[in-house]
Ligand binder design. Structure first.
Ligand SMILES: Cc1ncc(COP(=O)(O)O)c(C=O)c1O
Length: 481
């Protein structure tokens, strides 16, 4: 078998480059470095608190990208082959790596927890201690029917003796799979009609009031986060706090977490991750990096951007937009930055305000844009190819998007900035695909006509290319139910 390192020009077509959004990332790492708006001291103070994860450590792998002269594979990557080095040289050793061949690093946050996605574990890292410090008994949050966030909250709350209440959009599926199954097993899942779900804040607040009953109280997570900067941040170990009187009194204190933990408190754990990665023996503070992440709400990407800016790192953040428009992500970025900086009482110079307004994240269109949740023909094959060649599982909804982008950038950046993909997890999403189907109208009609077996057959063969959410497709009305 003849392998060749991929050459820079051949892989990225001009058309592909055009997909970069016209509004380019304008905060150059060098400028951020000079600004040094927060610095090590600010970040150290910010991180001097209690965490859910015992340590911020994570595994790092390096993926080498080869071009095979004769190989023709199904899926996106054609004759591209991947090889995984699970013990790459880091720290000073990275400089020895001449970087003249295409490769990218993968931060294996997908390995942090078997059921909690990597980016959820990061968001919950700083958030869960806030709940415990405030003697919260119950958590209310919401998400789609295959919400990784809802599942992560359910598992993490159960691990700490908190009760979770998950409001999931749409109709209850006939068979629970993937994240939906985890939410149901670990938490109290309630399916909410889409019309009600559309008014999220009202829905969350009224459900929280219902759970709290007349004797209890309700608090939004954002208020707890803000208060944590005014009060002394507790660093007591978790075990000391578990016997709080709340349990014996049976008075509920309910906290509301936004969909996708799109809260400023969710940024803390991501900032902790960047601080960890910027240590001398990992990526260091001088090496130019481009961190690639797949974005749902966009919170993880914003956390990465804030951390890089505060620490003055020469790192860019490239976020592949999956669930919203560029304007939607920019609004989210501005909201989170404002919320975060106002809570931290951060002194803002006009220069910094301009910088933040320009943007700290490079929001990028997916290589093949589609309605969120849709999976295109060949993508499951591509996930299979990556899994077989590297031992790393990506899912077509989220992490495949970051993998594709990292592959493209690794070709462009040969000899330049090192590419680092944050693997956010998403593995259970693969097992949720069984709830989806191709060409819904046709399959629905056939299923109605011929019975449920045809649906099962189609699911098991995975020959799908247009997929819809289960709750958008009235399978609950199938014959035989
Ligand atoms: C695997 C995976 N990656 C990325 C995201 C999106 O993260 P964020 O909402 O922080 O953009 C999610 C959200 O559910 C996810 O499950």
């Amino acid at each position: 078998m003849k392998l060749e390192f991929v050459n820079k020009q051949s892989f990225v077509s001009a058309a592909l480059r055009k997909e970069f959004h016209s509004r380019k990332f304008s905060t150059t790492p060098q400028v951020a470095n000079k600004l040094n708006i927060g610095g090590e001291e600010f970040v150290s103070k910010l991180l001097d608190r209690r965490w859910a994860l015992v340590s911020p450590d994570t595994k790092i792998h390096q993926i080498k990208v080869f071009q095979h002269v004769k190989l023709e594979q199904a899926g996106y990557f054609g004759n591209i082959l991947f090889r995984n080095n699970p013990n790459p040289l880091l720290g000073d050793g990275m400089l020895e790596n001449s970087n003249d061949h295409a490769s990218f690093y993968v931060v294996r946050d997908d390995l942090l927890h078997p059921l909690v996605n990597g980016n959820k574990a990061r968001k919950l890292d700083g958030l869960l201690p806030l709940l415990e410090d405030n003697s919260v008994t119950d958590v209310v949050t919401c998400g789609g029917c295959q919400s990784a966030h809802a599942a992560a909250v359910a598992v993490s709350c159960a691990e700490r003796g908190l009760t979770s209440h998950l409001l999931l959009r749409g109709e209850q599926p006939e068979t629970a799979t993937g994240y939906g199954l985890i939410s149901m097993l670990y938490g109290n899942a309630t399916y909410v009609p889409r019309a009600l779900y559309a008014k999220r804040d009202t829905m969350l607040a009224s459900h929280a009031e219902f759970i709290a009953e007349s004797s209890g109280s309700v608090v939004w997570l954002s208020d707890l986060f803000e208060a944590s900067f005014m009060n002394h941040v507790s660093k007591k170990p978790i075990s000391v706090q578990t016997d709080a009187p709340r349990l014996s009194e049976n008075i509920k204190k309910v906290s509301i977490i936004n969909e996708g933990a799109g809260d400023a408190a969710g940024l803390l754990g991501v900032i902790r991750l960047v601080h960890y990665l910027s240590q001398h023996h990992i990526f260091g503070k001088d090496q130019a990096l481009n961190i690639v992440v797949d974005s749902g709400t966009g919170t993880t990407a914003v956390g990465l951007g804030i951390a890089a800016l505060c620490l003055g790192l020469p790192w860019e953040v490239t976020a592949v937009m999956l669930a919203d428009t560029f304007d939607g992500y920019r609004n989210l970025e501005q909201r989170l930055v404002t919320e975060f900086l106002s809570c931290c009482a951060f002194p803002l110079s006009p220069e910094v305000v301009n910088k933040l307004n320009d943007g700290i994240v490079h929001w990028l269109e997916r290589r093949h844009p589609r309605k969120f949740g849709n999976v295109l023909k060949g993508e499951v094959d591509t996930c299979q190819q990556i899994a077989q060649q590297t031992g790393i599982l990506v899912d077509p909804i989220y992490t495949l998007a970051a993998w594709e982008q990292s592959t493209i950038l690794s070709r462009e950046e040969v000899g330049g900035a090192k590419i680092v993909m944050l693997h956010t997890g998403g593995t259970l999403g693969m097992f949720g695909l069984a709830q989806r189907s191709s060409i819904p109208g046709i399959w629905y009609m056939l299923t109605i006509l011929l019975g449920k077996d045809i649906y099962k057959y189609k699911c098991s063969t995975e020959k799908v290319f247009v997929m819809v959410e289960w709750d958008a497709w009235p399978l609950a009305r199938l014959p035989g139910k």
